[in-house]
Ligand binder design. Structure first.
Ligand code: PXG
Length: 446
């Protein structure tokens, strides 16, 4: 008996047109599609069976590697038991369990609020900051400070505090009352530095100028990525984050770290705030929180912030008018709990720390390749910056991306920078393959 092909049998789509792809050059992609139909551990597989090493953990999110059994089993078990329960005025046990496991990972942050993505985590953090300031009698503090070259997702809040011109220029006024710190990327002083550069802590003083302009009493919060990921792995100079913290504290401004990329082991610690020993008031996470198996994000708040909401709201009133239909979704919580277990059992954050020096040498071995103008790294984040072809920004890196893909390596490019962020289960032989492939590719890139 013949059966019609079911949806699950479809490995190659016959219509590429209907999907409007995110952050993609749709027209080029659809002429020459690159598809993944399976994944396992460190690898993706294309529909025609080619193996591609994942040098980017998907989009910086599959930190424990692909298709991990304990996570799959936990999600499968959960979907059989409770598919969905609302999180407003009722709840389900896993969201409470997962929240307490998360707050148990990091001292001084006693509460988390769940979201479904990094963008939502950022909007949530900004709203918590505004409402908190109001709750403590600082309702004039409505301004935010972001940073040039910052990426905080694509919500209106995130693009407003973000510092990437193409992500902003089409979208009107966005949030008003935003200033941007100077970014910290400087090739003149810091090209080819391994790890954190010594030069540049003084760039944090830019915040003092913004405070002088507006007066601190109008500023709610500063938001930065501890290491800027999307705009090319920009490593904070030594002492820079500490100085930002000091200036914020001095002026009663909340400091928000966007840890959507740096959270869950990327630098070899649970979170960048632990790695750098600098404690923000609020930090955002997503991506690695569930190993990307089910979308989720979480916003961590420092001790006292939640209490300020509880103390101010009248008895019986909702304390914070914010949340999503899928905040703390049962499948996401199941995935998250199992993910934390994989991280713990395999000691993957320590493994990232252990491998970081090897990774550093591997990426810096590419310093002498053609067109390379900088190499930088921290933890298991690395970047190779290429000189742009005049008037053709991104073309050189895109060629490298395509050629790496053809040779079985997935990298990420941003501008003319190649970014590397392998899953934390990466082995030395994979790191060697990444470096060899990029070296090979750079020989032939125009
Ligand atoms: N904050 C930071 C620091 C991020 O890196 C977001 C917020 C938004 O997360 P969502 O889940 O809403 O996408 C991000 C996302 C890249 C790349 O290659 C980076 C991200 C997303 C897609 C691609 O640099 N980061």
């Amino acid at each position: 008996m013949e059966y019609a092909m079911s949806i699950s049998d479809v490995t190659v789509p016959n219509d590429l047109d209907s999907l409007w792809m995110p952050f993609t050059d749709n027209r080029s992609f659809k002429k020459q599609p690159r598809l993944f139909s399976e994944a396992d551990g460190m690898y993706y597989f294309t529909p025609d069976g080619r193996k591609v090493l994942d040098g980017t953990s998907g989009l910086w999110c599959v930190n424990a590697g692909h298709r991990r059994k304990p996570i799959i089993e936990a999600v499968s078990k959960q979907v059989e038991k409770l598919d969905y329960a609302p999180g407003f005025q009722v709840g389900h046990p896993l969201s409470f369990e997962f929240a307490s496991r998360l707050t148990g990972m990091v001292k001084e942050y006693s509460h988390v609020m769940f979201t479904n993505s990094g963008s939502e985590s950022v909007d949530t953090a900004l709203k918590i900051a505004l409402a908190y300031q109001r709750n403590i009698g600082q309702g004039n503090r409505t301004r935010f400070v972001g940073r040039e070259r910052g990426y905080h997702g694509v919500g209106f809040g995130g693009i407003s505090v973000g510092g990437i011109s193409p992500n902003r220029k089409m979208f009107g006024n966005m949030l008003t009352g935003i200033d941007h710190l100077k970014h910290t990327h400087n090739l003149e002083h810091n090209a080819f530095v391994k790890g954190q550069p010594e030069w540049g802590a003084h760039l944090a003083d830019d915040l003092e100028s913004i405070v002088a302009l507006h007066d601190a009493s109008n500023i709610a919060a500063v938001i930065v990525e501890p290491v800027a990921g999307s705009t090319g792995v920009l490593i904070p100079p030594q002492g820079y984050l500490k100085r930002l913290r000091e200036i914020c504290t001095k002026h009663g401004i909340l400091l928000i770290f966007d840890e959507v990329i740096t959270g869950f082991g990327r630098l070899g610690d649970s979170f960048a705030n632990e790695y750098f020993g600098v404690k923000p008031d609020i930090f955002t996470t997503a991506k690695g929180i569930t190993n990307a198996t089910v979308p989720m994000g979480a916003v961590f708040v420092r001790d006292g912030i939640y209490d300020a909401f509880m103390e101010v709201a009248p008895e019986g009133a909702i304390e914070f008018f914010h949340g999503y239909t899928y905040s703390g979704h049962p499948l996401a919580c199941a995935a998250g709990l199992a993910t934390l277990e994989v991280y713990r059992e395999e000691d993957l954050f320590a493994r990232a720390a252990e491998l970081a020096p090897y990774f550093q040498e591997a990426v810096h071995s590419l310093a002498d390749c053609k067109n390379v103008i900088d190499v930088r790294n921290l933890g298991l984040m690395g970047a190779i910056e290429l000189e742009s072809i005049p008037n053709k920004l991104t073309v050189r890196a895109m060629e490298a991306f395509q050629k790496a893909f053809e040779r079985g390596l997935l990298v990420r490019t941003t501008g003319d920078t190649i970014a590397l962020s392998p899953p934390l289960i990466v082995e030395r032989k994979h790191i060697d393959f990444i470096a060899e492939t990029v070296r090979d590719v750079l020989k032939t890139v125009h």
